[in-house]
Design a protein around this ligand. Structure first.
Ligand SMILES: NC(=O)c1ccc[n+]([C@@H]2O[C@H](COP(=O)([O-])OP(=O)(O)OC[C@H]3O[C@@H](n4cnc5c(N)ncnc54)[C@H](O)[C@@H]3O)[C@@H](O)[C@H]2O)c1
Length: 417
């Protein structure tokens, strides 16, 4: 059976994209090596939470517009192939293109004249030209004439896919004009304005948008640590910086990570003109959990056998994505202090304790992810009622509205009231 487009890698990026293509009337082949994921999808089950996608999946299955396969080579039945594979970094700061190389090698013998290959994954600068060169070298194609290659980066935030896919400008970096035109023809069906550019500019625009956010959040995180050193209140200093000041605008502290921010900086850092600069940004964000543990120790002393409730496992507010979340690092660090750690998260799929069980008898409560469920008077009241009488509340997000990173539960309740 033929299809209009194949999407290889049905993860958080690829699956919503495949479903959105199907919703425009295209016949889509979704490919993933994870057989369990495909089995669930055939039964209409989304493997993660992404608003609006359950309906899209049901519609695509009902209209017979989504077929599924485990074999990357099958993707070649469609004229257009979109790669949405993971692109992690090696720990020594270098892009890991393992999945892309594996899939390219599987596709190579099946590629034919007229094929369009789109890299949707986030990649290091030069990767799209590498892929084009690889096809030329291994198959003798002329890219831009026989086959077409483009980078069309995914720029949508988790939980906003359906809302943003039709409106965010869609950057298209084609290898040669014809590649850009072919890729634009595929993506313009989704409704967003197309912005044509070169492959390397598309790559740079994507990774630097994430670097900008990563650095933007490192500044208030560093300021939070400075404030602790000088006995200052970070929320008051941020207010002083921003209030009625046209050149203010500093962000607020928090846990800054997730699969994109935590590694995309490395795609610049691996060949940096300022080696270490973005690594330092990363070190600031990565040191926030340790900063909090040390702040707790300064106030409570030895944490051995003290109960610590960690609220939130996800990498950010209200998502069920806990990949690359700093909560896990916080938990590991607390365990290394021999603390008794209890965890609650109302959104992620991982089973956790109930809120009441997590905070009952806790000596410390840390808000690690600022889920909206925590910013309610009820959760603060439950801590006051159930936790130890002198419980320390650690709230770098200011989820409880008391504007204190470290404060005792009674102070938090009084300040919020
Ligand atoms: N998650 C986000 O919010 C987001 C946002 C923008 C960009 N990105 C980028 O998009 C890309 C994909 O991210 P993701 O979060 O969807 O990753 P993911 O890990 O959720 O999905 C990748 C999928 O590819 C599959 N896969 C791996 N090797 C395969 C193979 N050989 N054959 C078939 N399937 C294979 C995996 O089973 C997995 O389901 C990454 O480059 C990421 O940096 C992600």
């Amino acid at each position: 059976m033929s299809h209009d487009v194949s999407v290889i890698g049905l993860g958080r990026v690829g699956l919503p994209l495949a479903l959105t293509f199907a919703s425009t009337g295209l016949s889509v082949l979704g490919v993933d090596k994870d057989a369990d994921r495909l089995a669930g999808l055939r039964e209409g089950r989304m493997p993660f939470k992404e608003p609006g996608t359950e309906e899209l999946l049901a519609d695509a299955l009902a209209a017979d517009r989504l077929a599924l396969s485990e074999r990357a080579a099958d993707a070649a039945v469609a004229d257009a192939i979109v790669l949405t594979l993971g692109t992690p970094t090696f720990s020594h700061i270098e892009i890991d293109m393992g999945d892309i190389r594996t899939v390219l090698d599987a596709l190579l013998p099946h590629l034919r004249t007229g094929h369009l290959l789109v890299l949707r994954s986030t990649v290091a600068p030069g990767t799209t030209e590498f892929v084009a060169g690889y096809l030329e070298k291994r198959r003798g194609f002329r890219v831009g004439e026989d086959v077409f290659v483009a980078h069309v980066p995914e720029r949508i935030a988790a939980d906003r896919f359906v809302e943003e896919i039709g409106t965010l400008p869609c950057i298209v970096g084609g290898v040669g004009e014809a590649s850009g035109e072919q890729a634009a023809r595929l993506f313009e069906a989704l409704g967003a304005p197309i912005v044509q550019t070169s492959p390397v500019q598309a790559e740079l625009a994507k990774i630097w948008a994430n670097i900008l956010r990563y650095a933007t959040f490192a500044l208030p995180n560093l300021l939070m640590m400075d404030c602790e050193r000088y006995g200052a209140n970070v929320f008051e200093v941020i207010d002083l910086i921003n209030r009625d000041y046209p050149r203010g605008g500093i962000a607020r502290p928090g846990f800054t990570a997730g699969t994109c921010l935590r590694k995309d900086f490395a795609f610049s850092e691996e060949r940096s003109n300022a080696p270490g600069m973005l690594l330092a940004v990363s070190r600031v964000n990565e040191s926030v959990p340790l900063f909090l543990v040390e702040g707790i120790r300064r106030r409570l002393g030895d944490l051995r056998d003290r109960k610590v409730a960690v609220l939130g496992l996800a990498f950010k507010r209200d998502t069920d994505d806990e990949r690359d979340s700093l909560s896990h690092k916080l938990i590991r660090l607390l365990e290394r202090e021999l603390a008794d750690v209890a965890v609650h998260d109302p959104v992620v799929a991982t089973p956790t304790a109930s809120f009441d069980d997590a905070v009952r008898g806790a000596d410390v409560v840390v808000v690690a992810a600022n889920h909206s469920a925590y910013s309610t008077p009820d959760s603060l009241a439950a801590i006051g009622e159930l936790a130890a009488p002198d419980c320390l509340v650690v709230d770098p997000w200011n989820a409880f509205g008391a504007a204190q990173v470290f404060a005792y539960a009674s102070e938090v309740a009084a300040l919020r009231a």
